[in-house]
Design a binder for this molecule. Structure first.
Ligand SMILES: [Zn+2]
Length: 279
C-alpha cells in the first residue's frame, strides 16, 4: 500500500526527525553549471585545476600537481602543520569558495530547505556557501530546518567566548565583539574536531539529532554515476515500511510558485505541532 501525496497533507503523521547529510557530490549535483557566474564547484580531485593552484604548489616544491588535493595537503600538513605555505594555499581556497554566489532562481538547495521542517537537520561537509545562502533567503518565508557545517564554512563566524555564531561580519550579542570566521577543516588523516570550538559544537548538534532521527538521508558521497539514484533518494521516505508516493517539488517553479505549492504541507505541520509537540 502506498501513501499518496494528498495523504501526506490530509493525514499527516507525527513523524520524527529527518536528518540529511550532504557531501561534496551534493553541491556538484545541485549546481551542475556552477554558481551564478558559472564558476565551477571543485571536488578534491579537480580542486587544483579549477582554482589554478599549480604554480603556487610548484613554487612550494610540489613536483607532481596532477594528484588529488587531499593527498598533497595531507603530505604538507604532516611535514609542518604551521607552515606559512599551507596558510597561503588555505587563503586561496577560502577566497574562491567565499566568492561563490547562489543563482537567482530556486536551486536544489532551496528545494531541500523548503521541503524539511524545523525539527529536521541538514548537516553538510561542504565549504561552499550555497546551503547557508539558500537557508538564509528562505528562513523568513516558512519555518526552516536547522543546518550544521561539519567542516566549517566560508559564510560562518563565531564568538570564541560565548556559544554564539552567525554570518561573518556580525557581532556577538553578548560581548559585542565581531565574530571570528570559522576555519575550514582540511582533509588530513587525523582530523581534530575538538580543537575547533565552532566545529566541535556542530558535531555535537548532529550527534544529538542522530540519536532522535527517524529518517536519514545521505547524499553526495557516492561516485557521480550514482548521483541520479541519490537525487531520488533525497525525496523518498521509508517509514513503517510503507512506500510514499513520489511527491516532488515543482522543479521549474519560481519562489512564489514554490511557496504556494508547499503551503499545505507547512500548514499540516503547524496543525500537528499545535496538537502535540513531539521533538
Ligand atoms: Zn561573545
Amino acid at each position: 500500500m502506498q501513501i499518496t501525496g494528498s495523504q501526506l497533507v490530509n493525514r499527516a503523521g507525527n513523524w520524527g526527525r529527518h536528518i540529511v547529510i550532504l557531501g561534496a557530490g551534493a553541491s556538484i549535483a545541485a549546481f551542475p553549471n556552477g554558481d551564478a557566474n558559472r564558476k565551477k564547484i571543485p571536488m578534491m580531485n579537480d580542486l587544483i585545476a579549477i582554482l589554478g593552484l599549480e604554480l603556487l604548489l610548484k613554487r612550494g616544491g610540489i613536483k607532481n600537481t596532477d594528484r588529488n588535493f587531499e593527498d598533497i595537503y595531507s603530505e604538507l600538513y604532516e611535514n609542518d602543520p604551521e607552515s606559512p605555505f599551507l596558510k597561503e594555499i588555505e587563503e586561496v581556497i577560502y577566497t574562491y569558495f567565499d566568492s561563490l554566489k547562489l543563482p537567482e532562481l530556486p536551486t536544489m538547495y532551496d528545494h531541500l530547505v523548503l521541503s524539511l521542517r524545523p525539527k529536521d537537520l541538514i548537516a553538510t561537509f561542504n565549504w561552499d556557501p550555497f546551503l547557508f545562502d539558500a537557508w538564509n533567503r528562505n528562513k523568513n518565508k516558512i519555518p526552516t530546518p536547522q543546518i550544521v557545517h561539519l567542516h566549517g564554512n566560508v559564510r560562518l563566524a563565531y564568538c570564541p567566548e560565548h556559544p554564539v555564531y552567525g554570518e561573518r561580519g556580525m557581532y556577538c550579542p553578548k560581548c559585542d565583539r565581531e565574530f571570528i570566521p570559522s576555519r575550514l577543516l582540511y582533509p588530513v588523516k587525523i582530523k581534530n574536531y575538538a580543537n575547533n570550538p565552532f566545529i566541535k559544537t556542530e558535531w555535537e548538534v548532529l550527534k544529538k539529532y542522530l540519536r532522535q532521527a527517524r529518517t536519514l538521508t545521505i547524499f553526495g558521497y557516492g561516485a557521480p554515476t550514482t548521483d541520479k539514484e541519490a537525487v531520488n533518494m533525497l525525496f523518498a521516505q521509508t517509514l513503517y515500511g510503507q512506500w510514499v508516493e513520489n511527491h516532488p517539488l515543482p522543479l521549474d517553479a519560481n519562489f512564489d510558485e514554490l511557496l504556494f505549492w508547499i503551503r499545505p504541507l507547512v500548514d499540516a505541520e503547524h496543525v500537528l505541532g499545535a496538537e502535540k509537540d513531539v521533538v
